[in-house]
Design a protein around this ligand. Structure first.
Ligand SMILES: *Cc1c(COP(=O)(O)O)cnc(C)c1O
Length: 457
């Protein structure tokens, strides 16, 4: 008797072993939906096998976003996936949780008089749009005329030039300089005028993790107010630093403790320790969030003031944030941040011990390590070759070039996040050493590899 059996009946898909399926174009047509349903297990199997082609999140040293979590957090996401934060009437508990997160952040960021307002967002980019809009509207309502401008360093995240582009605001960029990768307070003061809607300082540059000297920038703007009578608000983009500085750099003044700081954004999905899709924006006082921007959303019968770009959006990031606040408390966040910084120091020390590299950032502010080749001509390879080579061992590490005012230095960046353990860091350094030796002793010139102008995440 033959063991072969031809599956002729569609129903057999229900019982055939998953790997007996022939997953071809008939099952997964290209560019259109399939005619018929398929069993849930088969569909999920196809999706999962497709996703195998993605990189492994934990070995992605490029991103600032959370890639590791305890199983309880994963369950919170699964259990809350259907909640729409916009339906505040239907989900009052979720709305309250959002407010509790805002209250906790206001406390963490020293808004001590309780007059703050805030909202959750899908990330720091949406928060930047909202904070920028608030500054733009306030400037206009106070009689601003002509073309508005916003002042920031060339190292800011792309979300700020994007804000300026979308809302037709002049992006007035203050140059960095060799040896100075942060915003210079005096140059900032020189750049502002009566059309400046605000200045943005960055707490944790994506390039090298450094903090802009926020207190000095605030003082320089105080000087402008006293001397030239121009009162310019300061926003702090604390996408990463908002969840790091309060735990590692308690004496560093950057938040609402500085009267000039009117608003702050942070990404919950970076060092806030939740998965992508969560951000925050807070204003020191309703005065800085013009009422004319607030919409009263009348959903399912209730009236709720909102300031968002989206209408419907998931509540899971907000609920996950609340879970992490409960789970970690101040001490938990501090321990995790300290661990990340310890790993960054170890990685920086390991890289310093490998001959051709110079370390540009060693985790002093954000737990980020950035390094360059001291002399690419001499070694005969670039950081782009190195980045390609490391991929062979599963590591995803971006190489990119710093802003032009830093002479187009090509660097590699390693973000030390929760889940990048000392043990994994050791393996990474082994891999780095191995590839450095191979590339250095390569017998013939290496082919060019694509370079990236800037990398932002
Ligand atoms: C990541 C980042 C952003 C953008 O944040 P998203 O949450 O990814 O939208 C903005 N600014 C800085 C400094 C960042 O690090």
């Amino acid at each position: 008797m033959s063991l072969q059996r031809v599956i002729t009946d569609d129903r057999d898909l229900q019982i055939a072993p998953l790997f007996a399926q022939r997953i071809d174009e008939d099952v997964v047509p290209k560019g259109r939906l399939a005619e018929n349903p398929m069993p849930a297990g088969v569909a999920a199997g196809i999706v999962r096998s497709r996703l195998l082609l993605d990189g492994r999140a934990a070995l992605n040293l490029a991103t600032f976003c959370t890639t590791a979590a305890e199983p309880e957090l994963e369950r919170i996401y699964a259990e809350t996936a259907s909640i729409n934060l916009m339906n505040r009437e239907e989900y009052p508990a979720s709305s309250l949780i959002e407010q509790e997160c805002i209250n906790a952040l206001a406390n963490l960021w020293h808004d001590d008089d309780g007059s703050f307002v805030g909202c959750s967002t899908s990330g720091s980019s949406e928060a930047a749009m909202l904070a920028g809009l608030a500054m733009l509207r306030r400037w206009r309502e106070r009689g601003g005329a002509g073309r508005p401008n916003m002042v920031f360093g060339t190292h800011v995240h792309v979300c700020w030039p994007k804000f300026c582009n979308f809302w037709d605001v002049e992006a007035r960029m203050v140059p960095l300089a060799p040896g100075r990768t942060t915003l210079d307070p005096l140059l900032t003061a020189d750049a502002v005028d009566e059309n400046t809607i605000g200045v943005v300082a960055v707490l944790g540059s994506t390039q090298d993790g450094r903090y802009d000297p926020v207190a000095d920038i605030a003082a320089a703007l105080d000087g402008v107010a006293a001397g030239r009578g121009i009162d310019v608000p300061l926003h702090v983009d604390a996408a990463s630093g908002g969840f790091v500085a309060p735990f590692l750099d308690v004496d560093f003044a950057w938040d609402f403790a500085l009267p000039r700081v009117v608003s702050i954004n942070a990404s919950g999905h970076k060092f806030g320790l939740v998965y992508p899709g969560a951000g925050w924006c807070l204003w020191r006082d309703p005065e800085y969030l013009p009422a004319s921007l607030i919409f009263d959303c009348n959903v399912l019968g209730g009236h709720h003031p909102t300031f968002t770009l989206n209408f419907s959006r998931p509540a899971s990031g907000v609920i996950a944030q609340y879970y992490q606040f409960l789970r970690n408390g101040l001490a938990g966040y501090q321990l995790i941040a300290q661990r990340c910084q310890e790993v960054a120091r170890q990685v920086a020390a390991g890289i310093r011990a490998i001959a051709p590299y110079d370390v540009l950032a060693d985790g002093e502010d954000l737990p980020v390590v950035a390094f360059r080749l001291r002399d690419p001509e001499e070694v005969g390879f670039t950081v782009y070759h190195l980045s390609e080579a490391l991929k062979g061992d599963g590591w995803h590490v971006p190489a990119y070039s710093l802003p032009p005012d830093l002479e187009h230095v090509d660097v590699i960046r390693v973000v030390c996040r929760q889940g990048f353990t000392l043990d994994l860091a050791e393996r990474f350094l082994e891999s780095l050493l191995k590839h450095t030796e191979r590339l250095t002793s390569h017998p013939f010139p290496l082919p060019e590899v694509a370079t990236a102008l800037t990398f932002q995440d």
